[in-house]
Write a protein that binds this ligand. Structure first.
Ligand SMILES: Nc1ncnc2c1ncn2[C@@H]1O[C@H](COP(=O)(O)OP(=O)(O)OP(=O)(O)O)[C@@H](O)[C@H]1O
Ligand SMILES: [Mg+2]
Length: 341
């Protein structure tokens, strides 16, 4: 648990001089590329773990940047190096080579960790504490005054749906409740940068949606969000950009919209109770699925040719929808290409 790590404030690091609500973010403006402000910079970072038994190359020459107000997702299979990179970004681990900065500062410096929220992977709270007591403890560690801690605790427990359980011992919380309490603690200090390592681990679909809404609100308020996850559909719904890590190397970094750009797959819906002749569909390699026609075409003229043929059969077309590739498909394809390379 982070609280046990000297010099690192758990969940929502803060300096007391920064404890007021919404201090100017401009204090941390360090680099401008056009209008975009770089908040997290990772330059050629490598990390090798060595023991007498083996060497593990957890990261190999990883570079990317995250801009202010962005939600950035680091994707990768188990062991890809995601947690190692977040620990480096928090100053909890040191790169073997390369350099990282958070708001222009090296994270080993305490100043760099002010107003940085962190939800560690598989975190544990002392079970004898109540949710409220845990928030009070982390608020004090973050240097917040008692009035602010009380106000933020009430606000955040309501935000994560734990208002009526705040007085209960954490040992009586479910896994998903513990995870939501962790998120509340990470948000205590109104962080400018929020690092979340597998935030929806063990959370049910309703709770996941809840967490997603909380994160989208934080993003709307200008917080830069860095999420580690292998739950691709979650990342797809929350993040603007993603980087895909595979065995410590960065395979791709792109906007979610660019990665899942509309492919040449289309779904065609006919007027109710109308059916296209199977022979016609077979000529275009189209299939019917859940009452729709699904087709992949090489170009738009081919799609229009199919539509012409359908209409020549006196069929009424109600809807033509381009289909997007799911992030999961893109991820699996990239990893497969990499393994084949
Ligand atoms: N302290 C350590 N000592 C030795 N090896 C380590 C250490 N921490 C991580 N590793 C190794 O580094 C690699 C990357 O681990 P990391 O925890 O960063 O992966 P991850 O992408 O977060 O995986 P997961 O999705 O399972 O959380 C793994 O091979 C892991 O065994
Ligand atoms: Mg991990």
């Amino acid at each position: 648990m982070v609280a046990a790590t000297p010099g690192v404030r758990a969940w929502g690091p803060s300096g007391s001089e920064n404890a007021g609500p919404n201090p100017p973010k401009a204090a941390y403006v360090v680099a401008r590329v056009g209008e975009a402000v770089t908040v997290i910079s990772v330059e050629e970072v490598s990390k090798e773990f060595r023991s007498w038994r083996r060497r593990v190359q957890a990261l190999a020459g990883v570079s990317f940047e995250v801009r202010q107000g962005e939600a950035f997702g680091l994707l990768g299979a188990n062991g890809a190096g995601k947690t190692t990179l977040v620990k480096i970004l928090l100053g909890l681990a040191h790169p073997t080579s390369g350099r990282v900065t958070v708001r222009g500062m090296e994270p080993v410096r305490a100043r760099a960790r002010r107003r940085v929220g962190y939800l560690p992977e598989g975190h544990r709270f002392p079970g004898y504490l109540s949710g409220e007591a845990a928030m009070r403890l982390f608020g004090r560690l973050a240097g917040l005054d008692e009035a602010t801690i009380g106000r933020r605790t009430r606000e955040l427990l309501a935000l994560v749906g734990l208002s009526d359980r705040g007085g209960d011992r954490i040992s009586r919380y479910s896994k998903g409740m513990t995870q939501r309490l962790g998120l509340a603690c990470a948000l205590l200090d109104e962080p400018e940068v929020l690092f979340l390592d597998e935030p929806t681990d063990g959370v049910d679909p309703v709770g996941r949606r809840h967490i997603r809404d909380v994160l989208l609100d934080a993003k709307a308020a200008g917080t830069t969000i860095f999420i580690n996850s292998h739950l691709l559909s979650e990342v797809e719904r929350t993040c603007d950009r993603v980087a895909i890590l595979h065995q410590g190397r960065l395979l791709r970094e792109a906007g979610v919209d660019d990665l899942t750009h509309p492919s040449q797959r289309f779904r065609i819906r006919l007027e109710e109770r109308q059916h296209a002749p199977l022979e016609l569909l077979a000529r275009f390699g189209a299939v019917t699925l859940d009452g729709h026609i699904e087709v992949a075409v090489p170009d738009l003229p081919t799609l229009n040719h199919l539509l012409d043929e359908l209409r020549s059969q006196r069929l009424l077309i109600a809807e033509v929808t381009p289909q997007r590739a799911a992030l999961e498909d893109v991820f699996i394809e990239l990893v497969r290409e990499e393994r084949g390379a």
